[in-house]
Design a protein around this ligand. Structure first.
Ligand SMILES: *Cc1c(COP(=O)(O)O)cnc(C)c1O
Length: 390
């Protein structure tokens, strides 16, 4: 059998940092240990029934069996615009300022192909969702990292970017509420970001997947598009995945500046042919009737968060209680690397955590680990008591 060499863009992908953890996990499982995974950000709760019912009905309609429009069903885009208006008081023209995605990851991964030429600069804030850097690399772009530090509340230092770099930067990627640090962006940060981006004609890619996973209704996370004038430079990616427990369905959206939405549409026109219309119909149901369910999910995650933060404190592990997301970003005890700490816990307890060095730039998240609150409370309790007993 011939063995073919990978293209340079694939060969250049960073090493898979979780390979060692996967190896240890398999060994531990083979010993018969009951594994508790707090590793991946994938909701354990099922998709609400009314959304499944909407899919069932829509799947029976023959008109949904044909190729969809690559920009998305007009009614789905209108539902997105309606949801943005109700939730953020942001006005969107469904015709020109909304595109349906096959999950927001798809859109984020394709976006640089539409706007980044080889050698062009993209600003990324690690620790980060790795897709921004990978997609930039696939487009041949060059990355400058703006690390997120605890002393800056995990916001990038926009003043650390020189005027010349702002001028060169084609895109800056931001993600709030943030995965993995769980930080939330205050309005003043967003205002400054929009001002800097407008002054240098830099595109702002806002990944807003977690705006609905908040714990205090008086402090709901913002959409970057709430900032006056943001639409001049912003494309915001959002998703039904986390809000309505729909990660497996692959449905999301990009909204904002019409030329950015259109450019992304150009890639989609030539790569995929859009999202299954029946799933878009189910997405309409979720956007229009999902809020009471989202409220229940928030309450469940808040209980889990409080339980886990208290348990970590008791063990002397430092961890801020986040205002949003279903992640905890906690400090590795002094003297250990994130990988050593996480591997030791996995070997001794069967609890899977994510080392902080696995998010984009390894050194940016070193010294931290991430907990995903995606198991029921009794399993969180069990995990904590196993770790405490180590
Ligand atoms: C989960 C997640 C997404 C959403 O991905 P989908 O493709 O919409 O399922 C996007 N960005 C971040 C940072 C995430 O953690």
């Amino acid at each position: 059998m011939s063995e073919f060499s990978l293209a340079k863009r694939v060969a250049a992908l960073p090493p898979y940092l979780f390979a060692e953890i996967d190896r240890v996990k398999n060994l531990v499982r083979a010993r018969g240990v009951d594994i508790i995974s707090l590793g991946i950000g994938d909701p354990d709760l099922p998709t609400p029934d009314f959304i499944i019912d909407a899919l069932n009905a829509a799947a029976r309609k023959p008109e949904n069996h044909q190729y969809p429009s690559y920009v998305g069903l007009a009614r789905f885009r209108a539902a997105v615009a309606g949801w943005y208006k109700r939730r953020f008081d942001v006005d969107l023209d469904p015709e020109n300022e909304v595109v349906t995605l096959i999950g927001s990851k798809e859109g984020i991964a394709h976006f640089p192909l539409a706007f980044v030429d080889p050698g062009e600069l993209v600003l990324i804030c690690p620790p980060n969702y790795p897709v921004y850097g990978v997609a930039t690399g696939f487009a041949g772009g060059r990355v400058k990292h703006l690390p997120l530090r605890e002393e800056n509340d995990f916001l990038p230092d926009l003043d650390a970017v020189s005027d010349a770099e702002w001028e060169q930067a084609k895109i800056i990627c931001v993600n709030y509420p943030n995965n993995p640090t769980a930080a939330v962006a205050p309005r003043a940060f967003y205002e400054k970001l929009v001002a800097k981006a407008k002054a240098s004609n830099t595109i702002v890619l806002s990944d807003a997947a977690y705006t609905e996973m908040y714990f205090d209704p008086a402090k709901k996370p913002l959409s970057l598009l709430e900032i006056p004038g943001a639409k001049d430079v912003v494309i915001e990616f959002h998703s039904l995945s986390k809000t309505y427990n729909m990660t497996g369905w692959r449905i999301g959206m990009a909204v904002g500046n019409p030329s950015l939405v259109k450019g992304l549409g150009k890639i989609k026109e030539n790569v995929d042919s859009g999202a299954f219309q029946a799933i878009q119909e189910a997405g309409i149901a979720a956007l229009e009737q999902g809020e009471p369910f989202a409220r229940d999910f928030r309450r469940i995650y808040k209980e889990r968060r409080d339980l886990a933060v208290a348990g970590l404190k008791k063990m002397g592990i430092e961890c801020r209680a986040p205002e949003a997301t279903f992640y905890l970003w906690a400090k590795v005890p002094k003297g250990l690397t994130a990988a050593a700490f996480v591997t030791d816990i996995l070997e001794k307890t069967g609890v899977v955590l994510t080392p902080g060095n696995g998010f984009g730039l390894p050194e940016a998240g070193e010294g931290y680990f991430r907990i995903a609150l995606t198991v029921p409370k009794d399993r969180i309790e069990e995990a904590l008591s196993r770790i405490a007993a180590m």
